[in-house]
Design a protein around this ligand. Structure first.
Ligand code: AVI
Length: 320
């Protein structure tokens, strides 16, 4: 297929550096220290996340891939041909061929922040689907994204796999759904991956694997802080913790101080007592009614659900 790359990020490294500095300074100054999860994904973090998706304990990727394989025909019938598929946070886009194979799309528009991964996966897909126009957009899908003019007249399908919506708190998730409802327009559809609430043991194992890949993914945030923000954090004194917060129906990742300590980041001195944590990620899980309410609040009407019972995971098709 044809590939036309559109860049919309402020690729200015100085802008990214300033934003990271500001988030880390604000986050480490709070009573409960917390750093937004987006900073987990530098080149090392993105590679570690790819490794996570291959872990036996990390069921979401496997479950979602199985659902796409098993129900491709039903999904295709419900979605219909000739749509422009817009994938939010496409990353390495490993599940995308399963969908594109099934639905006979008119164009494919992967949207991702990582320019390198985007270019590679767009080239792969264009080679695999000759004749399919591919318009990669390098942009932050949580911000307003300008879609390529070539797809303006086509009906759209938003594809948001991986249960990435779970990494947002409810208010941000609803904002995102509403923005994409507006961007994709009337008559559009959305196919979204939702991870379900399930037993604590399955959830915590998925986020605290025995091989320590998730721990490395979490600790990489501290490496990134040391490297990019002139930090002297003793990383070996931090433990990875994944806990189920039942009241908020989410897995939380924390970096736990194993002893009393002090460190400097970006010229600022911080102290942490043993047991104190830096909250580094939320991964919200949704029951069937919760997911339906979330989608409706975001301006989408659920049409069909394909789900797996054990471990529970769902792909939901909704209409604008
Ligand atoms: C990207 N996102 C959907 C993953 C999740 O499951 O929330 C990120 C992740 N964090 C730890 N393991 C995986």
């Amino acid at each position: 297929g044809v590939v036309r790359h559109l860049r919309q990020v402020d690729a200015d490294a100085a802008g990214v550096d300033t934003a990271f500095r500001a988030d880390v300074r604000a986050g480490l100054s709070q009573a409960q220290k917390a750093i937004p999860a987006r900073w987990l994904y530098d080149a090392t973090g993105s590679a570690l996340f790819e490794d996570i998706t291959a872990l036996p304990e990390y069921y979401p990727t496997r479950s979602e891939t199985d659902l796409l394989k098993r129900h491709a025909a039903a999904m295709a019938a419900a979605i219909g041909p000739g749509r422009a598929v817009v994938e939010l946070g496409s990353g390495s886009a490993t599940k995308t061929p399963l969908l594109l194979d099934a639905i006979a799309p008119a164009a494919y528009v992967p949207v991702d922040l990582s320019g390198t991964m985007l270019r590679d996966s767009a080239a792969d897909l264009a080679a695999r689907f000759p004749g399919l126009p591919v318009y990669p957009v390098e942009a932050d899908f949580t911000q307003r994204v300008l879609l390529p003019r070539e797809i303006a007249a086509l009906p759209k399908l938003g594809f948001f796999p991986g249960s990435t919506i779970g990494n947002m708190v409810a208010a941000s998730a609803v904002d995102l759904l509403r923005n994409w409802r507006a961007a994709l327009g009337d008559g559009s559809r959305l196919l979204i991956g939702i991870d379900r609430i399930k037993d604590r043991a399955t959830l915590t194992a998925a986020y605290d694997d025995p091989a320590g890949v998730t721990a490395a993914f979490n600790r990489n945030l501290l490496e990134r802080i040391n490297r990019e923000l002139e930090g002297d954090i003793a990383i070996e004194n931090f433990l990875h913790r994944a806990v189920w917060n039942d009241a908020q129906a989410r897995i939380e990742m924390h970096l736990v101080a194993a002893c009393d300590m002090a460190f400097t980041v970006d010229g600022q001195r911080y102290r942490m007592a043993k047991g104190e944590t830096i909250h580094s990620e939320n991964s919200h899980k949704y029951g069937p009614r919760d997911a339906s309410l979330l989608l409706r609040a975001g301006g989408w009407t659920p049409l069909a659900t394909w789900d797996d019972a054990d471990p529970a995971f769902a792909l939901i098709l909704a209409e604008a």
